[in-house]
Design a protein around this ligand. Structure first.
Ligand code: NAD
Length: 271
C-alpha cells in the first residue's frame, strides 16, 4: 500500500480503542485496516510476531500515532499473557480487535492435499490460523465490559477447493466456524464477531503459497468485476464491522473479492 492516508477521514472510530494483530509490513492487510481505522480516529495498540519484525512495524505504527507495540507469538501462552497484561495497563478496556494472522508451512501449501498434509503441519496451521482467534476472543472479551467488535481474515479456500491452498483452506473453514460459535457466546455481552473473506492480495503470506500470484490473476479474471481486490475495499469493510455502523451484524463471513466467490463459471468471453 502506497499511502496510508488515501482512505476516507472522519470520526467513525473516535473514542474507540482497539488491538490490531498481524502487521508484518506495509503490504499486510492488518496495516491497510489499521490505516483506515486511524483515519477515522481510532486509538490502537499493535502486536507483532517477534523482535525481528519490529524494525519494519515500528515506523509504520508511529506514522499513524500508535505507541503501544507488543511482541506476541500466538503459539506461546506466556507471550500472550504478557501482551494482554500490557494492553490492559495501557488501555484498561478494549472496543475492537483485528485478528489478521495465519501460517502454514510451505510444504502444506502445494500439490496434493491428501499426500502432502502431515500431522505436524495440520496442527501447526490450525493452531496459528484458527485456535489463536478463539484464544484472542477469550482474552479480549474480558476487556470489553461495554461490548465490542472482533474481526478475523479468511479466504474462499475454506468453502471451495483452491489448488495449493490446501491446509490453509481447512484452517480457514475452522476459523469461520469458530467465528459463529464465538459470536453466539459473546453476543449477550454486546460483542460482535465477524470474518472478512478477502480476495487474493499481494502480501508476504500469499508468497508462501505455491502459485500465489496465479491466485491473484485468476481472482481478477473470474471475478464479476474483472478487477483485483483492493485494500481500500477490505479496510472499508473492516471499518463498517468495527464501527457502530456494523451494529446487529454478527457471526457473518463477508466476501470482499470483487464478486469472485459467487461465480459458478468463467464468463462466455471467447467461448
Ligand atoms: P501478512 O504476512 O502480512 O500477515 C500475516 C501475519 O501473521 C504476519 O504479521 C505474521 O507475523 C503473523 N503471524 C504468523 N504466525 C504468527 C504467530 N505464531 N504469532 C503471531 N503472529 C503470527 O499477510 P496477509 O495476507 O496480510 O495475512 C493476514 C491475514 O489475511 C491472514 O489471516 C491471511 O490468511 C488472510 N488473507 C490473506 C489474503 C491474501 O491474499 N493475502 C486473502 C484472504 C485472507
Amino acid at each position: 500500500m502506497d499511502d496510508a492516508f488515501t482512505m476516507p477521514k472522519g470520526d467513525l472510530m473516535r473514542g474507540k480503542r482497539g488491538l490490531v494483530m498481524g502487521v508484518a509490513n506495509h503490504n499486510s492487510i492488518a496495516w491497510g485496516i489499521a490505516s483506515q481505522l486511524a483515519a477515522q480516529g481510532a486509538e490502537m495498540a499493535f502486536t507483532y510476531q517477534g523482535e525481528s519484525l519490529e524494525r519494519r512495524v515500528r515506523p509504520l505504527a508511529e506514522s499513524i500515532g500508535v505507541t503501544t507495540m507488543i511482541p506476541a507469538d500466538v503459539t506461546d501462552d506466556a507471550s500472550m499473557d504478557l501482551a494482554f497484561e500490557t494492553i490492559e495497563k495501557a488501555f484498561g478496556t478494549l472496543d475492537f480487535v483485528v485478528h489478521s494472522i495465519a501460517f502454514a508451512d510451505k510444504d502444506q501449501l502445494r500439490g496434493s492435499f491428501v499426500e502432502n498434509t502431515t500431522r505436524e503441519g495440520f496442527l501447526q496451521a490450525m493452531n496459528i490460523s484458527a485456535f489463536s482467534f478463539v484464544d484472542v476472543a477469550k482474552r479480549a472479551s474480558r476487556l470489553m465490559p461495554n461490548g465490542g467488535s472482533l474481526i478475523s481474515m479468511t479466504y474462499l479456500g475454506s468453502e471451495r477447493v483452491i489448488p495449493n491452498y490446501n491446509m490453509m483452506g481447512v484452517a480457514k473453514a475452522a476459523l469461520e466456524a469458530a467465528t459463529r460459535y464465538i459470536a453466539r457466546d459473546l453476543g449477550p455481552s454486546g460483542i460482535r464477531v465477524n470474518a472478512i473473506s478477502a480476495g487474493a492480495m499481494r502480501t508476504l503470506s500469499l508468497a508462501g503459497i505455491s502459485g500465489g500470484r496465479g491466485m491473484i490473476a485468476q481472482g481478477r479474471a473470474f471475478s464479476a468485476m474483472k478487477e483485483d481486490t483492493s485494500m481500500e475495499g477490505v479496510a472499508g469493510c473492516a471499518l463498517w464491522l468495527l464501527s457502530d455502523l456494523g451494529r446487529s451484524t454478527t457471526g457473518e463471513v463477508v466476501h470482499v473479492d470483487a464478486g469472485f466467490h459467487m461465480m459458478g463459471m468463467p464468463g462466455d468471453e471467447g467461448a
